[in-house]
Write a protein that binds this ligand. Structure first.
Ligand code: ASP
Length: 322
């Protein structure tokens, strides 16, 4: 009997190794848990194109939006752990761990990290008719009008939600927040003057700020960006503590064979060095991660430390999902 079990186990191990060696032999799905056209989607599509070249198979982006990215993440957490379904998400992996009481996945155990992808600051933007010309006027107006000000975000736990939570706490005021399935549809409503403000990654705000399609007020970084040189940093605007760096990461479901995760990491590293990706991200004020930081271990450690960093801020914000 023991012998039979050992033979079966050996056969299974051989099948897994053979599958890993053959990987990938068909197209892959990269789940982006927000609407098409937003910053996560933009990074995802650049990455998918560059990884496809390295893998010799198409990496097809699928947008599974809703609930701050948690619906798309749940889809990957429960997908077969074979490397053919992967998740491109962000800081939301860490924030939703505190914000949602009943997630169908665990940030620490449900995924096999592949690596960090990029980093990007956020910007507070307003619609063209918003009656504040400077960050100082913005702060005064938001403090005076409070709940009469509307601020769009991409669902509880999204980066834009985190940014709006921090913005309100730094200003000591509550505004009315409006959730969307991603910041691309939110940007359309902002430009249509249906909402007043939004805080979003520069990946999709740098161009509309530069072309004056929206008003750019504050950047959540310590240094100004050359792409939008007129936008003040949070320190220049006098908003101590209003600092956020959004990072994007790539994950497979937990249980994915190590060799497959290794192959996906190799494709990620190649993508991060692709001239097309670097050039495009530079225009979008988004920074590809240095290859030495694009490791599974670095991403795992970052998720753990970001959960701790944001927990007290989120707990003070008080906007939870039961
Ligand atoms: N920028 C969004 C966020 O706030 C998500 C997106 O639409 O990419 O997390």
């Amino acid at each position: 009997m023991k012998r039979l079990v050992a033979t079966i186990l050996l056969a299974l191990a051989q099948v897994t190794i053979a599958a890993a060696q053959d990987f990938p032999n068909r197209p892959l799905t990269m789940v982006v848990p927000f609407a098409a056209g937003g910053p996560t989607d933009t990074v995802g599509r650049l990455l998918a194109a560059a990884m496809s070249e390295n893998l010799g198979q198409q990496v097809v982006v699928e947008n599974v939006d809703g609930a701050g990215g948690t619906l798309g993440a749940a889809r990957v957490a429960t997908a077969p752990p074979d490397g053919y379904t992967i998740l491109l998400w962000h800081i939301g992996m860490a924030t939703t761990a505190t914000l949602y009481k009943n997630l169908p996945f665990d940030a620490a155990t449900s995924f096999a990290p592949i690596g960090l992808v990029s980093e990007v600051p956020m910007t507070v933007i307003g619609n063209g008719r918003f009656p504040a010309g400077t960050p100082q006027q913005l702060v005064e107006l938001v403090r005076a009008r409070g709940l009469d000000i509307s601020m769009a975000h991409a669902g509880i736990g999204s980066a834009s939600h985190l940014c709006s939570t921090l913005f309100q706490s730094v200003l000591g005021v509550k505004v009315t927040t409006v959730p969307y399935g991603g910041t691309s549809p939110a940007m359309q409503d902002l430009q249509g003057d249906y909402v007043d403000l939004m805080c979003d990654q520069t990946t999709t705000t740098a161009i509309p700020i530069d072309t004056l399609a929206v008003k750019g007020y504050i950047i959540t970084a310590r240094e100004r960006l050359r792409q939008i040189r007129n936008v003040q940093t949070f320190l220049e605007a006098g908003l101590e503590g209003f600092e956020i760096t959004v990072w994007n990461g790539l994950w497979a479901p937990a249980g994915t064979p190590e060799a497959v995760v290794g192959r996906l990491n190799e494709a990620l590293l190649a993508a991060l060095q692709s001239e097309m990706l670097k050039r495009r991200m530079a225009v979008l004020a988004t920074t590809p991660i240095a290859p030495e930081r694009a490791t599974p271990a670095e991403l795992e450690a970052l998720v753990a430390s970001e959960i701790e960093r944001w927990r007290p801020i989120i707990l003070a914000g008080g906007e939870f999902v039961e």
